[in-house]
Design a protein around this ligand. Structure first.
Ligand SMILES: [Zn+2]
Length: 255
């Protein structure tokens, strides 16, 4: 992992709760979030037996608790993302993922989760996590923190490096070199914006909703001290056979 980022808004300012309230108001424990998802989509026919979960989250080991919780609820999930949580599987990966949707009951369903992630320590410091077995905090998300530092230093990559494929592609995808992000939070939200665009582009290009019901749930995964996971829920949609996107209210409930 890289060193913690040089972020002017990252200085400790009190507590985890204060930083969450300031930057990610409405965040809730990840278990409560998954219950909200299930409560919202089950009435629309999204049942584990006919649903394939597709998950776009960072490679970081901290994200896997959430990934495991999704699989516990919904069954084995296909991984969409690389570093930073933005889909990195390409056309071939999408084709594979979408060929795995259950169809024994006719129309299947696709449940997509998309989350960049960020650490917030107990003292409210943003962008870091004290990991198990370590004495000092490291950057979370390490990939986004690295891109943030390169942007501040004016050293962003201008082309994809095949030996550092995911990070260089992510930097080019997320950051306008003329306008470096003001904070790691801003860059994290840019990653969320990008992954939502990329998820919908792939779903719409393949017209997945013709054969399967589709629901997409996106936000930011927040790691609190002691491996507690929180979710900032920003967007959630449903698309049936007409392909029309219907947005769920922020707290779940009927479309
Ligand atoms: Zn990460």
């Amino acid at each position: 992992m890289t060193k913690p980022p040089i972020d002017p808004t990252a200085a400790a300012s009190g507590s985890f709760a204060q930083s969450v309230e300031r930057h990610f108001p409405g965040a809730l424990p990840s278990g409560d979030y998954l219950q909200r998802v299930r409560r919202t989509i089950e009435p629309l026919g999204f049942l584990p037996s006919r649903t394939l979960p597709l998950v776009s989250i960072c490679r970081d080991e901290l994200t896997t608790t959430f990934f495991d919780a999704i699989e516990h609820e919904w069954g084995l999930a296909f991984t969409l993302a690389g570093l930073g949580g933005v889909p990195a599987l390409g056309r071939t990966g999408w084709k594979a993922a979408l060929s795995h949707v259950p169809d024994v009951d006719g129309r299947g369903s696709v449940l997509v989760f998309g989350f960049p992630h960020i650490g917030i320590e107990a003292d409210g410091t943003i962008g870091v996590t004290v990991r198990r077995g370590q004495m000092s905090p490291t950057a979370t998300c390490g990939a986004l923190a690295s891109i943030f530092d390169l942007a501040q230093a004016g050293q962003l990559p201008t082309e994809i490096d095949f030996d550092d494929f995911e990070a260089t592609r992510l930097a080019i995808r997320l950051v306008d070199r003329r306008v470096p992000p003001a904070s790691l939070v801003d860059l994290t939200v840019s990653a969320l914006d990008a992954l939502e665009v990329d998820l919908w582009r792939a779903i719409d290009e393949a017209q997945v909703w013709r054969d399967h019901d589709v629901t997409i749930w996106c936000g930011v995964q927040i790691h609190a001290h002691g491996e507690q996971d929180w979710i900032w829920p920003r967007d959630a949609w449903y698309a049936g056979s007409d392909g029309h996107r219907r947005r769920f209210p922020p707290d779940g409930g009927p479309v």
